[in-house]
Write a new protein. Structure first.
Length: 202
């Protein structure tokens, strides 16, 4: 943390809510990007981001100042996304077993571009066609590949930061990143590739 962040952290720990708001403000948009890319759902991304910020405030005393505050926030958000995706998979399995239909919005690959444009500011990193194409291709990645690719290639984390945030080894990050990049490249180039869980190539 830099000196300003440490000052804001001390004030937030002393109960200053406005200091906490200022502390997390620079990361709000990035957290929203992360949540949307991992879930593909606009409303859920907003809820997850809000919940991640609430948890970061609730557990602020657990943060170790000698570490990166940004990475700590992203770790909380990533865990929230994992919980959401796990819950979604369980609900999908239940619907398949019972024949019931979902009442909650689900990932719709065809609408990802429109959702991205609706959620993010025009100047956001997803504003270019290439970034939007990549965002659509995230559906073809497995959970770990998606997390690693988002943090490393879309959010600019280095290998060490990505590993620390996701609780993976550096080797695991590199392996998943290599696999993710290959799949993204194939999808963008129009090669036949199926999303995880649909059989065939993954």
């Amino acid at each position: 943390m830099d000196e300003r962040e440490k000052e804001l952290l001390d004030k937030a720990l002393a109960g200053d809510g406005s200091a906490f708001e200022e502390l997390v403000w620079p990361y709000r948009q990035s957290l929203l990007h992360l949540s949307f890319r991992m879930t593909g759902n606009r409303e859920e991304a907003m809820d997850i981001t809000q919940e991640a910020l609430l948890k970061s405030f609730r557990y602020l005393r657990r943060f170790e100042p000698e570490k990166s505050f940004r990475n700590w926030l992203f770790q909380i958000a990533a865990n929230e996304c994992r919980d959401f995706l796990k819950k979604t998979r369980k609900e999908k399995k239940y619907r398949l077993q019972t024949g019931t239909r979902s009442k909650s919005p689900q990932l719709d690959p065809e609408n990802i571009k429109a959702q991205a444009e609706a959620v993010f500011e025009p100047a956001s990193v997803l504003n270019s066609e290439l970034k939007l194409d990549v965002n659509k291709c995230l559906q073809y990645l497995g959970p770990k590949e998606r997390e690693v690719f988002i943090l490393r290639d879309l959010d600019g984390f280095n290998i060490k930061e990505t590993a620390s945030t996701l609780g993976l080894s550096a080797i695991s990050v590199r392996v998943n990143l290599s696999s993710a990049r290959k799949k993204i490249r194939q999808a963008i180039e129009g090669e036949r590739i199926q999303a995880p869980g649909r059989g065939g190539k993954t």
